[in-house]
Ligand binder design. Structure first.
Ligand code: PLP
Ligand code: SF4
Length: 455
């Protein structure tokens, strides 16, 4: 399975080739699937954006394993990702061929797919003391702020379960980056409780080193005593490891990592890996080595997804391989209530069973991983397991992160529910609400009364 036909040599400097809805039919591997399948992909792809590249297509997807290959499903739109009603609508629009109608139908369907789950965008926008709203940031948990550089609002390849509606920004990029970088510094100066900055996106590693340094340099030059860790959430290791090997700016990027480490700040690359296949090529192994040689650590995370990785053997193997390669397993996430959740979603109880079965098979060094965890409105909630009390089954949960830090680590109980797929589906084991609900409602009232714009 890991021996793909076209192993690329590591001393090659491949150029990235992108494939999207506009040109995916040019791929010989896609042509082989036949017209019907291509049309299906087009129907779904008109609603859910997709993008992939030549590394994923040639090295990660096993084209002898279609249609079940996890990397294929992860990359290319699949019929089941739209519910039949939406599929039929889009199919009809495409068959008519009216561009405007196709666009309108796509937007109409997207709006029904809950593109902004958990009020993330609207509810956690921080403000500078002078009143400036920082739309490129989120500050939900006390010690950590998320930073979305305007320059990283896209990815090397889009994951089909992800609903970020990636957008390119057509501004004078350097000027904009400088302003954002300065605002980030100012916010950190105003908030000494923040120790971690998490660069996210899209994917920050889509940025050229020159642009990325425009964000990092002011952070280093400001000598912020509170800043202990910079994290970068990225899929570059899995989807384009050449970012750290042979791209024009590979050395320059590694150099930025070194400068962060030399400054005494911990640099954590939060590597997003969905499947062991992504850890098997020479290129990814070499890239991991290069990144680690800068003094950065790589921590890994992934959602648990039907059709992709709903398999405890795979998880155990993935965590073991990560440890072997010097990475630290960190999170298993439950997919959020958005997009194609009906296709990728896994009931919480099943997710926990898979987590536990995998966890049993690894040594303590891989048990740094925590999960399955839901990033829900009140916080990150972990499903710890099933307990039995008085002959009744109960679900045991706890906060890994909470809007109120006091909620963290307190176990709480929910009624056993094999169908529940998200926190909202769960009912408290006793009483009519969970211990945190009153306080959460109070907090949400305060947040909602601040004047955030519609989004
Ligand atoms: C996950 C997350 C963080 C980081 O939490 P850790 O437990 O420190 O990894 C920060 N902010 C938000 C909004 C998050 O979802
Ligand atoms: S790399 Fe991350 S942000 Fe980009 S599509 Fe995948 S999950 Fe979404």
């Amino acid at each position: 399975m890991q021996n793909q036909k076209s192993e690329w040599a590591t001393n090659e400097s491949p150029r990235i080739m992108s494939y999207t809805l506009a040109n995916f039919r040019q791929l010989p591997q896609i042509q082989k699937l036949g017209e019907e399948k291509q049309f299906e992909m087009e129907v779904v792809g008109n609603v859910l954006p997709f993008k992939t590249n030549n590394y994923v297509v040639e090295q990660l997807i096993d084209w002898n394993n279609i249609p079940d290959d996890p990397m294929f499903v992860l990359t290319f739109p699949q019929r089941g990702m739209l519910i039949p009603e939406h599929y039929a609508k889009m199919e009809a629009a495409l068959k008519k061929g009216d561009k405007k109608e196709i666009q309108n139908t796509a937007n109409e369907i997207r709006l029904q797919l809950n593109p902004h789950p958990a009020g993330q965008m609207e509810l956690n926008v921080p403000t500078l003391k002078d009143g400036t709203k920082l739309y490129g940031m989120q500050h939900k948990y006390k010690e950590t702020c998320l930073f979305f550089p305007s320059q990283s609002q896209t990815c090397h390849a889009y994951c089909s379960f992800c609903f970020r509606w990636p957008q390119f920004v057509g501004m004078d990029e350097l000027k904009f980056a400088m302003k954002e970088g300065e605002q980030l510094v100012q916010y950190l100066q105003e908030h000494p409780e923040i120790s971690d900055v998490l660069f996210t996106g899209g994917d920050p590693m889509i940025m050229k080193a020159r642009i990325f340094s425009t964000y990092i340099n002011p952070l280093l030059e400001a000598n912020l005593p509170n800043l202990r860790t910079i994290r970068i959430g990225t899929k570059a290791l899995s989807y384009w490891p050449y970012k750290f090997l042979t791209d024009d700016d590979a050395e320059e990027m590694l150099d930025i990592f070194k400068r962060v480490v030399d400054k005494g700040i911990h640099l954590a690359l939060m590597g997003h890996f969905n499947h062991t296949v992504e850890l098997k090529t020479d290129a990814v192994k070499e890239a991991i080595k290069k990144v680690r040689a800068t003094g950065a650590q790589i921590r890994t995370q992934s959602p648990i997804l039907r059709h992709i990785n709903d398999d405890s053997e795979m998880w155990a193997e993935m965590w073991k391989t990560q440890v072997q390669l010097g990475c630290i397993p960190y999170y298993m996430f439950v997919v959020r209530d958005t997009g194609a959740q009906h296709y990728f979603g896994i009931p919480l109880i099943e997710a926990q069973r898979i987590f536990r079965d995998a966890y049993k098979k690894v040594t303590g060094l891989a048990r740094t991983v925590r999960g399955p965890s839901m990033s829900a409105t009140p916080g990150k909630v972990q499903i710890l397991g099933i307990a039995e009390y008085g002959g009744e089954k109960l679900m045991v949960l706890r906060f890994l992160q909470g809007r109120n830090p006091d909620w963290v680590q307190i176990p709480f109980l929910a009624k056993y529910d094999e169908k529940a797929i998200w926190l909202d589906d769960l009912k408290p084991a006793t009483g009519d609400k969970f211990f945190f609900e009153d306080e959460l409602n109070e907090k949400m009232k305060v947040i909602k009364n601040q004047d955030y714009p519609e989004s």
